[in-house]
Structures are given as C-alpha cells and as structure tokens.
Design a protein around this ligand. Structure first.
Ligand SMILES: Cc1ncc(COP(=O)(O)O)c(C=O)c1O
Length: 398
C-alpha cells in the first residue's frame, strides 16, 4: 500500500512543476476548510471587512451594467480610473505618476504582486522580506523563479523590519526588498524614520523595493508613509495598492500597480497575455470609490479603531499579551502562556470553543507562538470570542 502511495506521489510530483511543488498549501485555507464544517463558529479568521461595499459605489457599477457597459477595457485599465488613481496618490502623498504608462489596473494587489515578481526576477534572484509576512509574498517570489530571503522581526521591535537586518542579507543575487506595511498579520506600521533607513539601503545597493500598501488607509492615530514618496526612491519603487480593504471591496477584485514606465510596461505585457483587463464593472466601482468614497473610508476606520481598542485590551486582560497594532485590522497576541504551538492552539480553540483564529506559523517561522485575530467583525462577536478565549486560556495556562 505504502509502495503504491509513494509511486503515486512520485508520479504527481512529475506532473506538477517543481515551483508549484515547493509551495506549501496556505495555512489559512487549511483552517477555513475545517471551519466550514463546524456550526456556530465565531470567526476572527478571514482577513476581510465585515462591511458591505458602500452602496453608492456598488450602484455606480449596477448602473454601468444597466447601460450595457460589459466589454473589455484597455489592458492598462480605464483611462479615467488611471487618472483618478494618479490624482489620489498626488493628493494623499504628493507623488506624481503618469496615468498613461506608469499605472496599471490589476485584479487586486494579488495579481499586481505576481506581475511585479514575474516582471523583475530572473531565476535564482533573491527577494528580501520580513518574517512573518502575508502568505502570498514568498509564494509569488517562488512562482516567479526567485528565492525569498527572510528577515526575522519580533514583538520586541513591534514587528518592524530593521534596515540593518535587511542590509546584512544582501548578496550579489539580491534583486528586491519586499515590504508590506501596515502589515498582515501583525498590524505593524513602519515609522517614516525606519522606512527612510530602508530607502537608504535600497539606494546604496541599487535594489528595487516592492511596497504592498493595501492597508494604507487603515491606520489608527499614526500616519501612513507611502514608500514611493520618500526622497530619491521613486525610480526604484513598485507601489501596490487596492480597494479591497479600505472600501470593503474584496470581492470586486480590483487594485493597481504604479512604478516607473519600464517596469509597468513589463508588468502590462504579462497582464495582457494572462488577464487582458481587470473586470470592467469593478473598474467603474473603483472610479466611484476614489471620487466619492472618502467619508465611507473614514467611518469604517473609526469603527475598526473602536474594535481594535476592545480586542487589544481584552486579549491582554485574559493573559494573551498583545503588541498594539497601529494598522490593518489584525491583533497578533502571543500565546506563550499556554505553551502550545500556534497550530495546536488554533485547532483546539476551534474545536473546544468554536472560535477561529489563524496560527501565526502560517505567516512564517517568526509567527510561531502567536495567533492572528482579525477584528473586522461585529463588537458582539468580538466580545463573545473574548469570553470563550478567556475560558480556554484559563484551562490551558501553564
Ligand atoms: C497584505 C496583503 N496584501 C495583499 C492582499 C490581497 O489583496 P487584493 O484583495 O487586492 O488582491 C491581502 C489580502 O488579504 C493582504 O492582506
């Protein structure tokens, strides 16, 4: 039996490319498959807003469908959306990008990340990124033939990645630095000072910086610094942004990449053969979001902030020490008091108390000993989850 099994897995390995075989299944997905089979679960798991897309944004798309606006758009995206994106980036961060040539509209930051890596990497090129990090970062690098190089970060450093630790890992194969702040899974926000130090390293070593700023709008009491706006790095930076989180538009699948023309041209080449153009109705909705969505964003941010304060205090009160997340919508408490691995903790918590969190190990080795709790869920659910977690932690505390 086992001989047959190994024969089977050998065959499978041959069918599937080495690159894909190297990827481990997303630790998050595995968890949600389990969760789907259990009733009455409170989920602090999925990283998406619990708000519906503000109606005036959805309505713009509905109207466009009624008018029969259902064709492909230009590969780069609708000119009006690229213009609005350029205006938005200028207004918010005082950076200037040409709508024609320096902006590409994508199927979310997910596609933009994949395109960026495929556009810039040759086989064996290294990309330096923090650990823990969003699950797609190392996978996109591997799929593009590159090698992820991880820089440990820790609660003691507020999960901010240090320029000196990045610099220590630069080799003659290093091609890029990949950062994503505000961060998933930690909620960390990088200070301008620390980003300036990374900018300095990138400039001195002539490295590209891919900056995933999907959570840029979700910051609490601190300013988000757009990496591309720092002095002297515009030419080295690929800025990725999107609508999923700030405008509660995860299902619309829409985002953008902005970068110097040579890079956007390369990314557009891949995009035109694999995607053609981002969904037309989603582009219409994104235009509306940029034009009239600001007050909705502010309202949602205020609401997340209320929940953030409650969950961080609540986790601390039940003995799960939690660094204060200043961005995104995640708390990342330490589970050290239980002595469990993050996977054990998450699985037992789900089975015994029906609360879903994501094991920190899903985001890299430095995520071990932590769990990710998404607080983009109702206050009532957050409070009930905390009550259940309190019972659980009490039972298993050493
Ligand atoms: C850090 C980060 N980047 C990118 C994405 C994907 O974003 P999009 O919906 O724009 O593809 C996510 C989604 O959870 C994320 O957390």
């Amino acid at each position: 039996m086992s001989a047959r099994k190994s024969e089977h897995s050998r065959k499978k390995e041959k069918i599937v490319s080495d690159r894909v075989n190297r990827l481990s299944p997303s630790g998050i997905r595995k968890f949600f498959d389990l969760l789907a089979s259990i009733e009455g679960v409170i989920s602090l798991g999925v990283g998406e807003p619990d708000f519906a897309t503000p109606w005036h944004i959805s309505e713009a798309a509905v109207r466009s469908l009624e008018r029969g606006y259902t064709m492909y758009t230009s590969n780069s995206g609708m000119p009006e959306l690229r213009e609005e994106t350029a205006r938005y980036l200028k207004d918010k961060y005082n950076i200037k990008y040409e709508p024609s040539g320096e902006i590409l509209i994508t199927v979310g930051v997910s596609e933009a990340m994949d395109l960026a890596m495929r556009a810039i990497l040759n086989p064996g090129d290294e990309v330096i990124m923090p650990d823990p990090h969003y699950v797609a970062y190392d996978s996109c690098v591997i799929l593009a033939g590159g090698e992820p190089v991880l820089v440990p970060t820790s609660q003691e450093n507020n999960f901010e990645v240090e320029a000196k630790d990045i610099e220590a890992r630069i080799t003659d194969k290093t091609r890029a630095i990949l950062i994503g702040y505000p961060a998933n899974p930690t909620g960390a926000v990088m200070s301008r000072k620390k980003l300036l130090a990374i900018a300095d390293v990138a400039k001195r070593h002539n490295l590209l910086v891919v900056s995933d700023e999907i959570y840029a709008r979700l910051v609490y009491g601190v300013e988000h610094t757009c990496f591309a706006s720092l002095p002297g790095v515009r030419e080295n930076t690929i800025l990725l942004g999107g609508f999923s989180k700030a405008y509660a538009m995860t299902g619309w699948r829409i985002g953008y990449a902005v970068a110097p023309k040579e890079i956007i041209t390369a990314m557009t080449k891949i995009h035109q053969y694999t995607i053609m153009s981002a969904p037309t109705m989603a582009q219409v909705a994104a235009i509306e979001a940029l034009k009239t969505g600001e007050s909705s964003v502010m309202e949602m941010v205020e609401d997340y902030d209320r929940r953030r304060k409650i969950i961080v205090k609540g986790l601390g009160d039940i003995g799960l020490s939690c660094f204060e997340p200043k961005g995104a919508f995640y708390a990342f408490p330490s589970i050290a008091v239980t002595g469990m691995t993050s996977e054990d903790f998450s699985e037992k918590l789900l089975m015994e108390e029906k609360v879903a969190v994501v094991p920190g190990s899903a985001f890299g080795d430095c995520g071990e000993g932590y769990v990710r709790c998404c607080y983009a869920t109702s206050l009532a659910d957050i409070e009930e989850a905390l009550t259940r977690m309190k019972r659980f932690v009490k039972k298993y505390s050493k």
